[in-house]
Design a protein around this ligand. Structure first.
Ligand code: OSB
Ligand code: MG
Length: 368
């Protein structure tokens, strides 16, 4: 797989409406689109999912660019690879920086799949022809949340996730449950609580939530295991799981009953698949998380979520959940609550060049 060039496109697009968590408000999404081209002119695309500031993980768009230009692209320049999995050991000399690594690793997977005229889904071992779609409501009042839930249920989404924090939990969820007693609903706390909040979190057992995502610290595994013993609602870990070993330890300790897999957070598709395979073996359901991403990352997520262990609808929504117009064609659409899995080579979508140019901030090219 002789790579001839890597191009980095930094883009920025406003969200249709602000995405609010107790940690941050996202109004504008800045991202890095990575394009790799081989010597025959075949291209592969990846997307860096770090945010402009380090509120979700320690990475940012700027740190990702630094890692890509100073370390990761030079490694690729010096070391010919035969398979995308080769990047795992090559990049292991660089600590962490998982989103930067994943941005280029995913592009190489797309390229490899296209060279072999195979869909990325098939290459990864996907078994589904469509995936169930869920959506996130991230707003600051019950009335706005109810309004959005109504709209998303109309659009067919199969599972609703709401953001909670100590300022917005019991009465917020009771209001939602009052209007929607039966719908599949879950809550994501993005680490808003501590182990001293056990009583408060136990009270949320009243709402028959599918799960509670990341209630405690972003880097904790131990205290989640203590909390899970005290509450009925299954705990799902997001921020705490940045590697296969984290997933293995969390499952061994009983820190969670579900895992949210995000390709960027764990450093690429190879690590994501390892976590999936382990969870499948241990009967731990997984679902694919979201990062308010553009269509390239969405397409990678759809391929990943076609694997057999992804039994719960994830945060993979339509392009129009966040964007007036996405940077891919065709855009991701949800029909009757499902998104079809592409059978075309690679991720199965093309770049919408016109839209890319409209939202482009900077471009850098590296020839090998
Ligand atoms: O915690 O899952 C999260 C978005 C940005 C950062 C963290 C999270 C999220 C989401 C998913 O909740 C949003 C989406 O649908 O892309
Ligand atoms: Mg989360």
């Amino acid at each position: 797989m002789k790579i001839a060039s890597v191009e980095l496109f930094v883009i920025q697009m406003p969200l249709k409406s602000p995405f609010l968590t107790h940690l941050s408000a996202v109004n504008n999404r800045e991202s890095i689109i990575v394009k790799v081209t081989n010597k025959d002119g075949v291209t592969g695309f990846g997307e860096g999912v770090a945010f402009s500031s380090p509120w979700y993980t320690e990475e940012t768009v700027s740190t990702s660019l630094h890692m890509l230009t100073e370390f990761l692209i030079p490694i690729l320049q010096k070391n010919p690879i035969a398979h995308p999995e080769d990047l795992h050991s090559l990049f292991s000399s660089i600590r962490r920086n998982h989103m930067a690594k994943a941005s280029i690793e995913t592009a190489v997977w797309d390229l490899y799949a296209k060279i072999h005229s195979q869909s990325l889904s098939k290459l990864l071992g996907g078994t589904r022809s469509e995936i169930a779609s869920g959506v996130v409501v991230a707003t600051d009042s019950a009335s706005k949340a109810l309004h959005q839930i109504e709209q998303y249920l109309d659009e067919g989404y199969q599972r609703i996730k709401v953001k909670i924090s100590p300022n917005q939990d019991y009465s917020f969820l009771s209001e939602i449950r009052h209007y929607y007693p039966e719908i599949p609903i879950m809550a994501d706390a993005n680490s808003a609580y501590t182990i001293n909040d056990i009583a408060r979190l136990k009270a949320l057992d009243d709402f028959n939530l599918l799960m509670i995502e990341q209630p405690l610290s972003h880097d904790d595994i131990l205290e989640h295991s203590l909390l899970q013993k005290e509450i009925k609602t299954p705990i799902c870990l997001d921020e705490s799981i940045v590697s296969f070993d984290d997933a293995r330890k969390a499952i061994e300790f009983g820190s969670c009953k579900v895992i949210n897999i995000k390709v960027g957070r764990v450093g690429g598709l190879h690590e994501a698949k390892r976590i999936h395979d382990y969870c499948l073996d241990k009967d731990i359901p997984v679902w694919c998380g979201g990062m308010i991403e553009f269509g390239i990352s969405r397409a990678h997520n759809i391929a990943l979520a076609s694997l057999p262990g992804f039994t719960i609808p994830g945060d993979i929504s339509a392009s129009n959940r966040f964007w007036d117009e996405d940077i891919i064609t065709p855009e991701v659409k949800v029909e009757n609550g499902f998104i079809p899995v592409s059978r075309e080579p690679g991720i199965g979508v093309e770049i919408n060049e016109k839209r890319l140019q409209q939202v482009l901030l900077t471009k850098q090219s590296f020839s090998f």
